[in-house]
Design a protein around this ligand. Structure first.
Ligand SMILES: Cc1cc2nc3c(=O)[nH]c(=O)nc-3n(C[C@H](O)[C@H](O)[C@H](O)COP(=O)(O)OP(=O)(O)OC[C@H]3O[C@@H](n4cnc5c(N)ncnc54)[C@H](O)[C@@H]3O)c2cc1C
Length: 409
């Protein structure tokens, strides 16, 4: 049975984009008594949410509040406020209310419990939205604005185009990575039509390209390097790196993307420094190196004396600076980055709607009554649950903005 208010004269709010930001805004608005209609261009909602589930699926992170907000770079002051309104704890309570428990992993990342998959979470969420009377129109593409309040929408099944006149709109169209999930990054042209200038898309949280020799590519191919530290400038990140035929993947390189991107954009050398033994104090390393017996091959010594995996000798041969001693090569191996992997492969995107284009409630300054949430806003954060938390928190905050704005009308 549909809730009574669906037949009521409650104002209609349109949500465009069926990712986590849009669906959370829809839920909060429906719970506040508004009629809500979601338009999603794909045949199903939450595709990137499910893609996130193929990897580790970090829903959020257990880091303390001040450090958490700091992860959003230049957008940290805004996120300090947003994360108070809809915090990591709110996100866990929200999941629990849908019947999905969560746990904090050793790294601080927060995951759904072992009994539930991301698909279970999405199914439970869609059931809840249905109970609230949220109408989800899939295969409906937003084409742009019409007049002061209207939205042009194309029903891609029937080919019919229509104009909707909602009381307010939340745009949550996502970024520009993994376009096959629907976040194709094509919408900035629709905002440009009303004078909103978006920042160009750039890959964030992505792999780096290294011009390995043909020998290296053939010999190493794809191999992990565990428990390493990777630095760019004064920033150092611990974790696991994956050597690939084209370069590097893994959390440490993703976290350093903004610095690498800036260096490449400035035409400066983008060099990463790899420490293969970050837990070994320099004096201990020196002692171990001194124990190498004459005649022991480097590969055998590194494997047995330092427990370093097979690709390390080849890596040293490929990258060690001429004349550098072994201790320096093991702890400060320079990796010249030739470029970043393409946007379509990146976990997230930098660029989109500048924060200066929205007010403190995420309402477009150029178009009162239209709010923006999720990755379409120009913020970036590392992997580890910060991306989804950012999308949920902006979705919740945009819903609050809609309520306040409609109440004032
Ligand atoms: C491989 C991978 C792994 C990830 N893992 C994690 C993780 O473990 N933890 C984490 O925090 N984050 C992770 N993320 C990031 C996270 O999935 C995204 O940040 C999040 O999904 C963005 O949410 P959103 O609602 O802003 O946009 P999206 O989820 O991208 O949704 C936007 C929606 O808008 C729709 N849309 C676009 N244009 C139109 C239009 N014109 N009309 C109608 N609909 C339109 C799209 O089809 C899409 O469904 C991962 C991402 C990837 C790619």
């Amino acid at each position: 049975m549909k809730p009574d208010f669906l037949n009521s004269s409650a104002p209609l709010v349109a949500v465009v984009g069926g990712g986590p930001a849009g669906l959370l805004a829809a839920q909060h608005l429906a719970e506040a008594g508004y009629r809500v209609r979601v338009f999603e261009q794909k045949a199903t909602v939450g595709r990137k949410f499910l893609v996130a589930g193929h990897g580790g699926f970090n829903l959020t992170n257990g880091e303390n509040a001040a450090a958490f907000a700091g992860r959003y770079g230049a957008a940290s002051p805004l996120f300090e406020q947003l994360l108070t309104h809809f915090s990591p704890a709110s996100l866990r309570q929200w999941a629990a209310a849908l019947g999905i428990g969560t746990f904090v992993g050793t790294s601080g990342r927060i995951f759904p419990d072992a009994h539930h998959t991301p698909a279970d979470l999405l199914r439970a969420w869609l059931r809840r939205l249905g109970e609230l009377g949220v109408v989800i129109n899939t295969r409906h593409r937003w084409l742009g604005f019409a007049g002061a309040t209207g939205l042009r929408v194309l029903n891609e099944v029937s080919g019919e185009e229509f104009t909707l006149e909602p009381a307010a709109t939340v745009l949550a169209l996502g970024g520009a990575s993994w376009p096959q999930t629907g976040s194709d990054g094509r919408w900035p042209a629709l905002l440009a039509a009303i004078g909103v200038r978006c920042q160009p898309w750039q890959p964030a949280n992505c792999g780096a390209e290294v011009a390995w020799s043909a020998f290296f590519q053939e010999k190493v191919g794809r191999a992990p390097l565990k428990n390493i530290a990777l630095s760019c400038g004064s920033h150092t990140v611990r974790g696991e790196l994956m050597l690939t035929a084209y370069g590097l993947e893994g959390t440490p390189v993703y976290a350093l993307t903004p610095l690498v991107r800036a260096a490449l954009a400035a035409g400066e050398p983008a060099t990463l420094l790899l420490n293969l033994k970050p837990d070994l104090p320099p004096t201990d390393l020196a002692q171990r190196l001194a124990r190498r017996r004459p005649g022991t091959s480097l590969a055998a010594f590194l494997a047995n004396g330092l427990h370093l995996p097979a690709p390390v000798p080849t890596l040293l041969r490929e990258l060690a600076a001429p004349g550098a001693d072994l201790a320096t090569s093991l702890t400060e191996l320079p990796i010249p980055v030739a470029g970043l992997r393409p946007l379509a492969e990146a976990i997230s995107a930098a660029g989109g709607v500048p924060l200066a284009e929205v007010d403190e409630h995420l309402m477009l300054r150029q178009r009162p009554g239209t709010f923006v949430a999720g990755e379409m806003l120009d913020w970036e954060a590392p992997t580890g649950g910060y991306l989804l938390q950012g999308c949920f928190s902006t979705g919740a905050w945009a819903a609050t903005g809609v309520r306040q704005w409609l109440a004032a009308q």
